[in-house]
Design a protein around this ligand. Structure first.
Ligand SMILES: [Zn+2]
Length: 464
């Protein structure tokens, strides 16, 4: 016991230093890379209608954004041209998702006058439907220098689709080379499918990546204050998610847990996760007295070499866990290493032919009291059919299996916001089945769980 508490004191000090150092390195890396100009992509939907400044914009504001960015030295191009731009070029993109009629009626006249070529990302099933652009209007925009991009066939949340669903939704019409992922939901499977279908440019949400990935360029979420913060948005990618990420990071960094014994890692935490990750994700969970936070961010490269940072934090009345992993991906393998409450860790994952991921976690030095169950963990996530997800995870002391399904319904039909799930969990001397109900609002998800022992769980997730 004495050696354990001395070790945990030393570890605590070391852990705090490691975390601060890691976050500082991440901030420096991002800021350093941000000194290279990157495309400023402003992604709108409706123009001149109500619906908030983030989804809708007034023509007069469009004019102000163009003038503001030009004053900062930016040149307006299409999304495909931006993906090809050099690292020192200051280029900006006016993006309009969904292909609404108001783009033609309200944005086109203003942007034509300013000599700005827009990019309209079209849901192909909606072309010609009431409220949406017609083929002849798309032709007219193209003749005026605009780009027509791909917004999938029916606006499906790609990260919930099977390999077959991804192929069908990402199939672009001839001549279309850029995709905007609906709800900013994408993953390595979607990026790989897009490339295989001849797309060489993609736009998603979230903060800037330290490196640029032409297939997942960042268009940080718009805010009602963009006019005032245009310079910070352009240079550092400050956007709608910045306060959420900064707040979560600050809470983790500041939260102290003096004297707390080390907890095991979250059962299904995969420090080498890659296949089902977009540009990043954040999840916050509560179950009983336990709180859990996970964060993942991709450096941004492509299948020929890509990096991911994973952080996990867990605390309860029984103790505290903090862990990080850095992983390198080269299709189909991802290998990683890191450090957590049980010492150094090694991890690996394998991409399962666009149908999921198999992973393992190993603590080579975990042999001390109470660390047996930390020695190894493995798990798998499978997407066997559209809107179905199966998963399993196991350590020597705990296990969980589960299934998730997104119910038919929603507008558009492909969104399917309601999720149901069920599974079985074993650990801490208890075994119980559980049921889950979730709701997705764009790329944000909220879910609640109830298990057979009467414990509630809540989880909030954001992906980009
Ligand atoms: Zn959309």
């Amino acid at each position: 016991m004495i050696s354990f508490s001395r070790r945990s004191r030393l570890e605590k000090a070391g852990r705090r230093a490691r975390w601060s150092g890691l976050l500082a390195a991440w901030a420096l890396l991002s800021a350093g890379q941000a000194s290279a100009a990157r495309p400023v992509i402003l992604a709108y939907h409706q123009v001149g209608t109500s619906g908030g400044t983030t989804l809708s914009i007034q023509p007069q504001q469009l004019r102000q954004r163009v003038q503001g960015l030009r004053a900062l030295g930016y040149r307006f191009v299409t999304a495909s041209q931006a993906a090809q731009a050099g690292p020192q070029e200051r280029v900006a993109v006016m993006e309009f998702d969904d292909g609404r009629q108001s783009v033609y009626a309200q944005a086109f006249p203003v942007l034509r006058e300013l000599d700005v070529p827009g990019t309209v990302f079209v849901i192909w099933e909606q072309v010609g439907q009431p409220g949406y652009l017609t083929r002849s209007q798309l032709e007219e925009l193209r003749a005026a220098g605009w780009e027509t991009g791909h917004h999938t066939q029916s606006h499906a949340p790609l990260s919930r689709l099977s390999a077959a669903g991804l192929t069908q939704q990402l199939q672009p019409p001839a001549g279309v080379t850029c995709v905007a992922y609906p709800y900013n939901l994408q993953d390595a499977r979607a990026r790989r499918t897009a490339r295989a279908q001849g797309l060489n440019c993609g736009v998603t949400g979230g903060p800037y990546l330290p490196r640029r990935d032409p297939l997942a360029q960042s268009a940080p979420a718009l805010t009602p204050w963009d006019g005032a913060f245009l310079g910070a948005r352009a240079r550092y990618g400050v956007g709608g998610r910045t306060p959420l990420l900064a707040g979560a990071g600050l809470l983790l960094l500041l939260e102290q847990s003096p004297g707390a014994p080390a907890l095991p890692a979250p059962l299904d935490w995969n420090p080498a996760g890659y296949e089902l990750l977009g540009n990043g994700s954040l999840s916050l969970g509560l179950r009983g007295h336990e709180r859990e936070t996970r964060f993942a961010a991709r450096w941004g490269g492509n299948d020929q070499g890509d990096w991911v940072l994973h952080l996990a934090d867990r605390s309860s009345q029984a103790g505290r866990y903090r862990g990080f992993g850095v992983a390198y991906h080269r299709f189909p393998y991802t290998v990683g290493g890191g450090w957590d409450s049980a010492g150094p860790l090694l991890a690996g994952s394998l991409s399962l032919n666009r149908s999921g991921e198999l992973w393992a976690r190993w603590h080579p030095l975990a042999a001390g009291a109470g660390q047996e169950q930390e020695r190894w963990a493995w798990g798998a996530t499978l997407i066997p059919a559209d809107y179905w997800q199966l998963y399993a995870a196991q350590t020597p002391g705990a296990s969980e299996v589960g299934v998730n399904y997104w119910l038919p319904g929603g507008t558009p039909a492909a969104v399917r916001p309601w999720q149901v799930g069920a599974g079985y969990r074993h650990g801490d001397g208890q075994s119980a089945p559980f049921v889950r109900l979730g709701y997705a609002a764009g790329s944000y998800t909220f879910s609640s769980e109830l298990d057979g022992a009467g414990r509630w769980g809540l989880r909030f997730g954001a992906a980009w």
